[in-house]
Design a protein around this ligand. Structure first.
Ligand code: GLN
Ligand code: ZN
Length: 765
């Protein structure tokens, strides 16, 4: 048996790469210094993998920005618009592709970015053109392989698979299919492999996660043709085909028929596929069993993993088995050893966790258990693993019988508002007395340097609580006064007290914990530190009521309460793996429900429950969507349905592409939904119009990502478009999203213009 790793985090344990990248972009360090940081990270990663007993250590899993971009760059898939900067150094050009280029009168937009499967990692979307040709511009895999070799590490180069690469990209011209580029791409691909083999690479990993998706017949055909060709060209190289993030399901026989020496399967996401894999595998192919979760932070359950491996042992024997992580550890934080502040992370909880470095040891230990070759220290690790898992099953920190009982007792009624939308709309109209085309904002106002410094000083203990709160109150009052003067109809308090829309709630909920260094790459130099849901979620006390109530006390206009929805809280956290996600989500929904009810009691008449992440929670396979919507939409409804019909519930989503989810959005039954719309020039509204979306809707009339102040004309133009397709009385006017990244100067101008737009429209209609 061997141990196999698919990939390791590249950000550095203390985000060294982030800092170096950003310093390089700011012109503060040289290319050479940037490479030194990268080299140190790479060498360290290989060293600890070797020490942990990993046999197949990956190389080329490192990236300065993104591995998909690396591949585009390697095969010269560089869009023509970057031609004016072709004189730049490779490194500068590479970053320009990801970040755009504005200098010396040249203005080139960056390549697009989107989510990597169902993770929170974003890749740079390849752009494809008709008759595009590929050539090896820079064999990055070779450079990394050789660099590792020079450092004394024999590695397994990792390449993005041809079909997955093409499928992840976008056609930028009409009348062609990007899969038709496969044969041309294969030529460059073979060149890359040829140079790797010549340099001594014996085993090459080819990532084809698209095999876990619904595939069209043409994609299946392409899989066969390219990989048969590749195999024939390199008969003596060992190729590993890696699949992850889901079951192969209907693509299993295809995956097994591809001429690879090893097939890697994800047994964390889909342990049920093992039987089928074992039944259908031929007499020679090896299996890499992904039993250590690359996407979460819990210690492995050795007994469970070993049971899976034993099944394989009986069927195909030790020689043909590799023990592995489910996917690349890119999605795990780096090293739990750094978490040594017991106040942040208690020892009891810490023993339940494993980050990337700890997962390496787990892979080795699991192999040793299965092979009966445990060392003394591994024996004690096994004992510790059992103790910790047993503790986790029964710990009082995790299990709260009251929470469980409450979840069990939820009825259908709890997931429904009292009256139907039409009745509620009439009642709310009376209660709120809003004009036609009411104006509002999405929640946050500028988080200025000052506001941030107050929070930082308060957290450091330099600023006493009472002074901190006084400052916040002053800021809230100023924002209320501004909104009144501007003439906005439904006000917000501004969210100045919040660091982040999930962390802020997590910090006040039982069942949540946090880390100091639990960073995971989100995109480029951007890292996130998702909070950890370890136990049953309970809201010990109101979380936002005080601030909303204070803001409401300052004005006679309605102030909107502002909450993050259960699905978004779930989606942006590390989630328990000892119960279904749906159960955890329902627990969060109850906590939010209680908050909604308390806000209502405190006199708040309009309450917004943000759900920007509902769409990204969608399962990879269409057949699983309905089940997801069933619990996710229900969770939102549970959170929203504890109030009277006179209380107006808003939700907000800032994801384009509502196409395939409009029914689900309607099922949420929010009284008002605000959506990001301006960049699509209101095109996103068409889905709502075609569907005859019954409830009220606020299509964003200006983009909040730029400091540009929109004119009344352009906002009117967008609203006129909206008025054509949506009943007037259902339309609101608001920006695309929250304004926390903006400055006050442009925010004020933009909102004053927005109110002016509403006034003009009211005069006209
Ligand atoms: N209420 C949040 C804000 O305004 C919404 C953020 C979001 O949609 N991502 O900041
Ligand atoms: Zn938003």
């Amino acid at each position: 048996m061997k141990t196999n790793l698919l990939g390791y985090p590249r950000i550095g344990e203390k985000r060294e790469l982030k800092k170096a990248n950003e310093a390089f972009w700011a012109g503060k360090i040289s290319e050479k210094e940037l490479f030194e940081v990268a080299d140190t990270i790479r060498a360290y990663n290989w060293k600890i993998q070797k020490e942990a007993g990993i046999d197949l250590i990956p190389s080329n899993d490192f990236s300065f920005y993104d591995q998909v971009l690396d591949f585009s760059f390697s095969v010269n898939a560089i869009p023509n618009r970057f031609a004016p900067i072709s004189h730049l150094s490779d490194m500068e050009l590479y970053f320009a592709l990801a970040r755009g280029y504005q200098k010396d009168g040249i203005d080139i937009t960056a390549m697009e970015m989107t989510k990597w499967f169902d993770t929170n990692y974003h890749y740079i979307v390849p752009e494809f053109y008709k008759n595009q040709s590929f050539k090896v511009r820079y064999n990055k895999a070779l450079a990394e392989y050789q660099f590792a070799k020079d450092k004394g590490f024999e590695t397994k180069p990792v390449l993005l698979g041809i079909v997955t690469y093409l499928l992840l990209g976008k056609e930028k011209e009409n009348d062609f299919d990007r899969l038709d580029l496969a044969s041309s791409l294969l030529v460059a691909y073979k060149q890359i492999v040829k140079e790797l083999v010549a340099a001594g690479a014996k085993t090459i990993q080819i990532d084809e996660p698209c095999l876990a998706l619904d595939l069209c017949p043409k994609a299946k055909q392409t899989y066969l043709s390219v990989y048969e060709d590749l195999r024939a060209s390199f008969p003596n190289t060992e190729f590993i085909l890696t699949t992850y993030f889901g079951a192969l399901a209907d693509n299993l026989s295809l995956a097994l028929s591809l001429p690879f020496d090893v097939l890697h399967v994800d047994l964390v996401r889909a342990s049920e596929q093992l039987d089928d894999v074992l039944n259908q595998i031929d007499g020679k192919k090896k299996l890499s069993l992904g039993v250590v979760d690359g996407r979460n932070i819990w210690i492995n359950d050795f007994e469970k993993s070993v049971t899976l491996i034993q099944k394989a042992q009986q069927k195909i024997g030790n020689e043909r088995i590799l023990v592995s992580s489910s996917c690349s550890l890119l999605h795990s934080p780096c090293n739990l050893e750094l978490e040594n502040n017991e106040k942040v992370l208690t020892p009891e909880i810490k023993q339940w966790l494993a980050f990337a470095k700890q997962k390496l040891a787990e892979i080795s230990t699991i192999k040793a258990i299965a092979e009966n070759s445990l060392t003394e220290s591994q024996k004690s690790a096994v004992a510790q693993n059992k103790t910790s898992n047993d503790n986790r099953k029964t710990s009082k920190l995790i299990h709260d019988t009251e929470v469980k009982a409450r979840v069990a007792s939820i009825t259908e009624k709890d997931a429904h508002r009292k009256g139907a939308f039409v009745e509620r709309q009439a009642i709310q109209q009376k209660a709120l007395n809003l004009p036609l085309f009411p104006t509002t904002t999405i929640g946050s106002f500028p988080q200025t340097q000052e506001v941030r410094s107050w929070r930082a000083n308060f957290k450091k203990g330099v600023l006493p609580l009472s002074e901190y709160e006084t400052l916040l109150k002053e800021e809230i009052e100023a924002s209320i006064r501004f909104q009144e003067e501007a003439g906005i109809d439904v006000l917000v308090h501004g969210e100045f007290e919040r660091n982040d829309m999930v962390e802020y709630f997590g910090e006040q909920l039982k069942g949540y914990t946090f880390t100091k260094f639990g960073w995971v790459q989100s995109y480029g130099s951007r890292c996130v530190k998702p909070p950890i849901i370890y136990g049953d979620v309970l809201r010990p006390e109101p979380m936002t009521v005080r601030w909303s109530q204070y803001a409401q006390s300052l004005t006679s206009l309605p102030v909107k309460g502002m909450l993050t929805g259960p699905v978004t809280i779930l989606q942006w956290s590390f989630v328990r793996d000892d119960q279904p996600r749906s159960t955890t989500c329902t627990q969060i929904a109850l906590a939010i429900r209680d908050e909604v009810v308390d806000l209502e009691k405190a006199g708040i008449k309009v309450i917004q429950i943000d759900e920007p992440a509902i769409r990204e929670g969608l399962p990879l396979r269409k057949k699983d969507w309905e089940a997801y919507y069933d619990w996710a939409i229900r969770a939102f409804r549970i959170s929203a349905s504890g109030v009277e019909d006179s209380t107006q519930i808003h939700t907000h989503m800032c994801y384009s592409e509502f196409n395939d989810m409009i029914q689900a959005i309607a099922d949420m039954d929010a009284d008002v939904i605000t959506i990001e719309c301006s960049r699509s020039q209101m095109e996103l509204l068409d889905v709502f119009a075609d569907f005859k979306y019954p409830n009220e809707i606020g299509p964003g009339v200006y983009d909040i990502h730029s400091p540009r102040v929109p004119s009344v004309e352009e906002m009117s133009f967008l609203m006129e478009k909206a008025i054509k397709v949506i009943p007037q009385r259902n339309l609101w006017i608001n920006p695309d999203c929250g304004l926390k990244t903006r400055h006050w100067e442009e925010t004020k101008k933009a909102l004053i213009a927005m109110v002016e737009t509403a006034k003009q429209l009211r005069n006209k209609y």
